[in-house]
Design a protein around this ligand. Structure first.
Ligand code: ATP
Length: 458
């Protein structure tokens, strides 16, 4: 973790390659439109924690549903679980987190602040000269700082036990391996997946939601025979890259990066990151790892329960190898927001902001807009029909042009306009977010028509 964190931070600092979008533009749009904003904002926020608003939660849920449908429901060889956030403390001894999950940290004796050792140069902490008008820093030696968040369980001070909020979601998959395999009657090769919260006491949370202290991961551990590990690693690397491309992210903004030998965890045979070009440079959004038999062997050793399996045909008794895919939901949401953001000039010299979300992840799929408040009744009836099938929004305030712009800014693929002719001709206008083309269509069959058009883009 230490070398890796230092390396990642150095790349963050040095990478001149940048997405042209300014982060501040996105951060303020996200807050103003209710995608993401600081947690506990009225108390000036709390570093590393973020709340997802009405649109952000839809975006996040759409992303999670897409992952789940593809990785779990779409396959016979992967099953899902939803484990407790708190595990028996021995879990984290077995996984190596208690001893090794740390970043190097220094304290400044002058300002009593704490910094990541790899984020200052030449003995000057990153806050100088603001915190030190003289530019003098008095730093301690670097020490390892464990990133796991702790809590106490039990009411009485004498008997309370210390526990950790999980720093990753995969360990309960390993400790529950035997139970899940038997319950789901799975034979090798097969995988176990889950989506859930993870917590890391990052020393310097930053870059909006990119490095948070509370975040969500979608992880899948695929168990296979040792002879098949390379084949499955290659399979999952392709699958996972394709997943991001299929979300509509331009291939110029995505790349894979194999880990160098000195970056690999001591138990790992291979690892590759899927990276996205953020406004702060190329950064990891997902990792694909060959973890060998490290996790199952360690949990066997620490629990005393044998997690090896016996092949029914060959009678070979062995510990399966694990190929892991681990994607950050929040980092991917951030990548989707960056990739979707677009400003373009339209007729009249105006600039319109558009979030060009892929229809599958767009928070609102269709907005129903009556031309006048007098037409509210029939327009709401259309929205009622649509919302049985998709997230349909209703808006009758302001002029129609402004209402279109508001929907563009939150990435709604289609607007349905009910006008004064609709009553007599039984038709409405569908306006396309990206082309701004308008099509007059019958109200009857509108649900099917919109679903077809949304699926065209899937
Ligand atoms: P980094 O090197 O950036 O700290 P990592 O290699 O430690 O990341 P993993 O432990 O492989 O990350 O976790 C898998 C995924 O979980 C990452 O690809 C990322 O998307 C997400 N993730 C990890 N740490 C954070 C964090 N602090 N905030 C948000 N997402 C995170």
């Amino acid at each position: 973790m230490t070398d890796k964190a230092a390396d990642s931070s150095a790349r963050e600092a040095e990478d001149k390659d940048r997405h042209p979008l300014a982060m501040e533009t996105l951060v303020s749009l996200c807050a103003a439109r209710g995608f993401v904003y600081p947690a506990s904002e009225i108390y000036s926020g709390i570093a590393g924690f973020w709340d997802y608003g009405p649109l952000g939660v839809e975006l996040k849920n759409n992303l999670k549903a897409r992952w789940w449908n593809l990785v779990v429901r779409g396959r016979d060889d992967v099953v899902g679980i939803d484990s407790a956030i708190i595990s028996h403390p021995r879990t984290w001894e077995a996984s190596g987190h208690v001893d090794h999950f740390s970043d190097p940290m220094v304290d400044c004796r002058s300002c009593n602040k704490r910094y990541r050792a790899d984020q200052y140069e030449g003995g000057r902490c990153s806050k100088a000269p603001k915190d030190h008008p003289t530019g003098e820093c008095d730093l301690t030696e670097a020490r390892e700082f464990n990133l796991m968040l702790r809590t106490e369980l039990g009411a009485s001070a004498d008997t309370a036990i210390m526990a950790y909020l999980r720093p990753e979601t995969c360990q309960p998959i390993f400790s529950g391996f035997k139970r899940v395999r038997e319950a789901a009657r799975q034979k090798l090769p097969f995988g176990i997946a889950q989506i859930g919260k993870a917590f890391r006491n990052e020393i310097t949370p930053r870059n909006f939601t990119f490095r948070s202290r509370e975040f969500e991961q979608a992880e899948m551990e695929f168990f296979c025979h040792p002879s098949e590990r390379e084949e499955w690693f290659a399979h999952w690397r392709e699958e996972r890259l394709q997943f991001h491309l299929d979300l509509g992210i331009d291939e110029k903004l995505l790349r894979t990066r194999p880990h160098a030998d000195d970056e690999l965890a001591h138990y790992a045979r291979a690892a590759e990151d899927v990276e996205f070009l953020f406004p702060f440079g190329w950064q990891e959004i997902e990792g694909i790892h060959d973890r060998g038999d490290w996790d199952l062997s360690r949990h066997s050793e620490y629990s005393g329960k044998d997690l090896a399996i016996t092949d029914e045909k060959t009678k070979e008794h062995f510990t399966p190898m694990v190929i892991e895919t681990s994607v950050g939901i929040d980092r991917t949401c951030l990548a989707l927001l960056v990739a979707a953001y677009c400003e373009e000039s339209v007729e009249g010299g105006e600039t319109r902001k558009v979030m060009r979300f892929h229809p599958a992840i767009a928070p609102i799929k269709v907005a129903v807009l009556p031309l006048s408040k007098k037409l509210a009744e029939p327009a709401k009836a259309i929205q009622r029909d649509l919302r049985k099938h998709l997230n349909a929004f209703y808006d009758d305030s302001g002029n129609i042009g402004r209402r279109y712009r508001r929907q563009d800014e939150v990435g709604t693929p289609f607007c349905v306009t009910y006008d004064f002719d609709s009553e007599s001709d039984g038709c409405v206008t569908i306006r396309d977010r990206d082309t701004m083309d308008q099509e007059r269509v019958p109200i009857e069959g509108i649900v099917r028509r919109l679903r077809d058009r949304l699926e065209e883009g899937l």
